[in-house]
Design a protein around this ligand. Structure first.
Ligand code: SPV
Ligand code: MG
Length: 303
């Protein structure tokens, strides 16, 4: 990242969809998408080396203080995503949940997300309002014809033909089995999806690897190994998976760290000696590139 990049001071990034597509096409390496939920977490993900970002619905909702069950409106979430776009330079994929209703709300969301400057949107085949896939057992799947209509409408709504549409299959989450998952992924492919996100909440990767073998590379596959985290990424790569989302880990790191420091300060009634556990202010200023303001001031004043 050069000093003037980020913070919205440069023009919009060139064709983020095309950049993300070329990452997906590169079969020599997996694409890792790090979760982010605000401008800060997005910037940290990029500074620490991630080439792409997942704007997680769960994490953005949590950061807004609401639940991942469509409690935040889509315009609220795209406001958060805009902060992420302005604080980074890497392609961002937005978790668009179910598309907030029907084909029409979904295409409005996609059109706006593209204008905000992201690389693509992921839509999942559940009904609005959805519930986070790790919560409870009532995950109602959308009718295939309704979801394929959404994909077609979203494909038509994008201005940039390289803007990426990822169709997320929730059949395994809903307990509907492998055949249903494959049937749906096939239908979404035919409807114009650019990649399939196959989701699982099992503690092992067995069903993900089986899906991947049956799918046989028809479209790039995306996964989020939150519950089957012990499977090495090399195994996903060998199975032909294209992209891995680390879906909620910065948010959970923030929750744990904020709780610890709040508890400590509350109990001590002092901030003395808490500094060793915290980022220094110098680190924060460096991360946010305060120096760039000074450099620009010197330049524009001709000093
Ligand atoms: C998210 O990060 O919001 C996701 C992934 O949709 S998951 O929480 O695993 O469903
Ligand atoms: Mg989500």
């Amino acid at each position: 990242m050069t000093s003037t990049q980020g913070f919205g001071v440069e023009t919009a990034r060139p064709r983020p969809g095309a950049r993300f597509r070329s990452m997906l096409r590169d079969s020599d390496s997996l694409v890792y998408l790090m979760e982010a939920h605000d401008g800060l977490s997005a910037r940290i993900a990029e500074v620490e080396g991630f080439q792409a970002i997942w704007a997680s619905g769960l994490s953005m909702s949590t950061a807004l203080g609401v639940r991942d069950s469509d409690e935040a409106s889509w315009s609220q979430l795209l406001g958060v995503v805009e902060n992420m776009v302005e604080s980074t330079t890497v392609p961002i994929i937005v978790d668009g949940d179910t598309g907030y209703g029907n084909f029409n709300t979904a295409r409005r969301f996609v059109a706006k997300a593209e204008r905000v400057g992201v690389a693509g949107v992921c839509l999942e085949d559940k009904v609005f309002p959805k519930m986070n896939s790790f919560v409870g057992d009532s995950h109602t799947l959308a009718e295939v014809r309704d979801f394929t209509a959404k994909i077609k409408a979203c494909a038509d709504a994008r201005q940039d033909p390289d803007f990426v549409l990822i169709a997320r299959v929730e059949a395994l989450i809903a307990g509907r089995g492998m055949e249903e998952a494959l049937r749906r992924a096939t239908a979404y492919h035919e409807a114009g999806a650019d990649a399939i996100f196959i989701h699982s909440r099992r503690s092992d990767a067995e069903e993900i690897l089986r899906f991947s073998a049956e799918w046989a590379g028809r479209l790039p596959l995306v996964i989020a190994p939150t519950t089957y985290a012990s499977t090495p990424s090399s195994e996903f790569h060998r199975a032909g998976i294209s992209a891995v989302i680390w879906a909620n880990h910065s948010m959970r790191a923030a929750v744990a760290a904020m709780r610890r420091v709040c508890r400590e300060i509350f109990n001590k009634e002092s901030v003395h000696d808490t500094d060793s556990e915290l980022a220094s202010l110098a680190e924060v200023f460096e991360l946010m590139d305060y120096q760039e303001i000074e450099e620009t001031e010197r330049r524009v004043y001709g000093a």
